[in-house]
Design a protein around this ligand. Sequence first.
Ligand code: ADP
Ligand code: MG
Length: 415
Amino acid sequence: MAEVRFQQVSKTYPPRRGGEPVSVLRQLDLAIADGEFLVLVGPSGCGKSTLLRLLAGLETPSGGEIYVGGNPVSRLRPGQRDVAMVFQSYALYPHLSVADNIGFGLRRSRPRGAAEQVQDVLHRASRQLPPLLRVPSEREERIERRIAEVAETLELEPLLQRRPKELSGGQKQRVALGRAIARSPAVFLMDEPLSNLDAKLRTGTRAQIVELQRRLGTTTLYVTHDQVEAMTMGHRIAVLNAGRLQQLGTPMELYQWPSNLFVAQFIGSPPMNLLPVIALGGDQVQLGSRRFLVEGPVTQALAAHAESASASSLTAGLRPEHLRLAPATNRNLPAEVTHLEALGNEQLISCRLQETSHLVLLRADPSQHLAPGQTIHLEVEPTGWRFFDASGEALPMPLPVPMDHEPKLPDVGRI
Ligand code: ADP
Ligand code: MG
């Protein structure tokens, strides 16, 4: 069992010369189930790498405790923690072959006596000699078998004798992955491992990492800033901002029911449209001079808000797919097209609402011929409305929140 738990973990870096101490994580609580693939996202500098480095033992927490498989690890050295990290920069040893890079952690893992060390060195030196002249070493033979297995899994067999400088970016990345899986660690940590690869290779490697994780069932913490990776790779996503956890949930939960404005803007590309509205009580909101009907579970939250709150102004959120081109009637919102992006399978229309001057973005069929400056009319999907109060928190929803499509997630036990 290797569930991972951060309990009230804080991290403050000491001040750099003449500066202030940097408080990066503040009393963070986060639990990752055994076998879970958790994707960690957040803006640059929010503490994602720090979180992984704390778990790997490359940094020490300023407060709190980290547990792996129920055991506190803060006092353990990196080598004792049974976690393997894959870095964005690959961090391969340039002077070692692919095979020796993959085997590096295996060779370092257990202390050996001087005689065993000499035997291992002789074994490696005599590997190319005829069988009778080879020096046997059980440990080395075991390591070589493991390297061969890993190389087969990642299709690295033809590259085993090369040095890192003779590899492409994608190949280096596979070697870095191979080094991580070789020791069969309890936890994988991956810090933006695909961000140096080109788009096509990223797609392939993404699928490979997901497939590998599901097959090995190794608890994984994966940092990315890529929307597609965030939405498709993990069982759940954790959104971090300014050292605090904003929301933890399945990709569809976060997409459909963001718990605050930060998550609403961060998850989804293009982001959710935000517009100021007045709650009129019941299931109606007003945008500019127009009234809209709200449908779905959010109406209960809206009604509860109208009863309890003195201020009725709210920020409404609408995903680009919840606005539609519509006939030019009084009911529909007139807007002026400002920009068009044809993406092949769809087009993104940026437009300015005529009455309130807000910019909104919607998805439309690519066959709609439009031009900047043209006036269009929009209608709103009544179940698409989301509402946020003055402090940016989503109106509390009745639980459990129904989902449009249940996410197809492999069972990872209790999450
Ligand atoms: P992320 O990976 O989310 O981009 P990091 O965890 O790398 O963020 O960094 C979070 C913050 O901590 C940043 O403001 C960064 O400048 C600061 N930081 C990171 N490492 C150190 C360090 N060793 N000393 C001082 N400040 C650091
Ligand atoms: Mg980082």
